[in-house]
Design a protein around this ligand. Structure first.
Ligand code: GLP
Length: 240
């Protein structure tokens, strides 16, 4: 059963998770962080600057959960750009140690296996930050994803493209495909920390934390993991 921590708001959540990450990095300077995108983890990244003050971050390694396919990595909404802007630059991490799946059309056939190999070579992820989609997806593992899935190319659902259209000029600009770590990949991280805020996430959170284990709600896969911390506000906890 996941440990559920109900917080007063995003700021408290950010601080709590940032402190856990800082403890990890201080005890293990080459810690491997699993980085999520979307708006949910932003308060964590904002709080990390203070939490990590004075710590040696030069050897910290990181792996993003996912990337759009066919979006120029220099596009401001590519997850490569988001991770660089929100995490690597403000914290002064070594960009060569922070990995994002290759979403280029040329590399698409081998992108999944190359990413899996890089994670394995790093010794696996120590702490994986997760958001959750309104349809219960984690990473970009949309409903129907196998619990055993590995990093691979997926088609985005219409719901996710609509949810993410706010980051683009129009929904037509939202890519159709993505590369995402699989649920099986995510479950191998040593500690999962799932965050969610707001009423819109309440059903997904309830399904993930205490609903039946089902591929229809990919987030329910977290119930298979021995060490999960769920950090949510009261609105996101309202259907628990
Ligand atoms: C995106 C990301 C997910 C994220 C989800 C929720 O599709 N690929 O990793 O958890 O959306 O986004 P937000 O945090 O903005 O609600």
């Amino acid at each position: 059963m996941a440990e559920v921590v109900i917080v007063s708001g995003k700021q408290q959540a950010g601080q709590l998770v940032a402190e856990a990450i800082a403890r990890l990095v201080r005890s293990r300077p080459d810690a491997v962080l699993g980085l999520a995108t979307g708006s949910t983890p932003l308060p964590v990244y904002e709080a990390l600057g203070t939490a990590l003050a004075g710590a040696d971050v030069s050897r910290v390694r990181g792996f993003a959960l996912d990337e759009y396919v066919g979006l120029d990595p220099a596009h401001p909404e590519s997850y490569r750009s988001v991770i660089t802007r929100e995490v690597v630059e403000p914290l002064g991490l070594d960009p060569d140690r922070i990995h994002v799946p290759d979403g280029s059309p040329e590399g698409i056939e081998t992108t999944g296996e190359r990413y899996e190999a890089a994670i394995a070579e790093a010794g696996g992820v120590d702490l994986q930050i997760l958001g959750i989609g309104t349809d219960g997806h984690i990473g970009f593992n949309e409903p129907g994803s196998s619990f055993a899935s590995r990093t691979r190319v997926k088609t985005l659902t219409q719901q996710t493209r609509e949810d993410n259209a706010r980051f683009f000029d129009s929904i037509d600009d939202v890519p159709m495909h993505c590369v995402t770590q699989g649920l099986g990949t995510i479950l191998e991280a040593r500690h999962l920390v799932l965050l969610a805020f707001g009423e819109g996430k309440a059903d997904a959170v309830a399904g993930a934390v205490e609903g039946p284990l089902t591929a229809s709600l990919p987030g329910s896969a977290i119930q298979l993991h021995p060490r999960v911390t769920v950090v949510i506000d009261e609105a996101a906890a309202s259907r628990l």
